[in-house]
Ligand binder design. Sequence first.
Ligand SMILES: Nc1ncnc2c1ncn2[C@@H]1O[C@H](COP(=O)(O)OP(=O)(O)OP(=O)(O)O)[C@@H](O)[C@H]1O
Length: 265
Amino acid sequence: MSAILQVTELRKSYAGVHALDGVSFAVEAGSVTGLIGPNGSGKSTAIDCISGFQKRDSGEVVLAGNDITGLPAHQIARAGLMRTFQTVRIYERLSLRDNLAIAAQQFDPATWIDEFLRTRRYRQAVDKAEVRARELVELIGLKRYWEIETGILSYGQKKLVALAAALMPHPKIVVLDEPVAGVNPTRIREIEVALAALNRAGETFLIVEHNVEFITNLCHRVIVLDQGKKLAEGTAAEIHTDPRVLEAYLGMTPEMAEAEMRGAA
Ligand SMILES: Nc1ncnc2c1ncn2[C@@H]1O[C@H](COP(=O)(O)OP(=O)(O)OP(=O)(O)O)[C@@H](O)[C@H]1O
């Protein structure tokens, strides 16, 4: 695998607070990578700087070989890095189908003239978007809600709609900001299953999340931040047994963590 996203020496300070203090990491194409760390460790600042929602002080972000450092968010999205937010942003009065059609329209090459004249280019774009939408809806397990107003869905399902919308333009990577925060525990598994299915279909994800079990189940690699620096990186199993992570992130010794894992099993 090769790196689709390369972050190098990212730095960001807020009035003397080093939110990011030289963070470097890579996300492999086709992988699910977790970005975890205690409150205030710099996770949100990192993904905001990467996705153009925040200006970094220094450092470099390269997406599929193209330098996207410092570009505005909409250009980064066009370059192929999409993101979701902690709060769900969907059109609740519209059907799932219409939500995804709108998401596609924001990126398709057909102009309003094409649309007005119903040109071949416009019809092709609409047909392609419909195929993509149906594929995604199948993969996230919401096929039965295709024509239904998304407002009736559960919060977790709405998060899946936002994710599918982000995937509509075939991005190179989607960055997810706390995809299961505030989601009913019984629904968390649905999101996990959906993300795993999307990843098997070739999608690449970088996930910021506090739910360690969720990250452990899904992620091929996990990056741990602490006080604006990268504390550790590895597989979930490696991270679970890294004494620095246990102490800084979980506040546990390895023995306590093992006892906890046994208790959870
Ligand atoms: N707009 C801001 N102004 C001042 N300080 C900020 C601002 N945003 C973040 N910080 C500080 O930067 C540091 C990193 O914050 P950040 O929100 O990136 O951490 P986080 O790991 O995402 O935390 P959480 O898990 O609580 O969301 C913290 O010390 C935070 O207080």
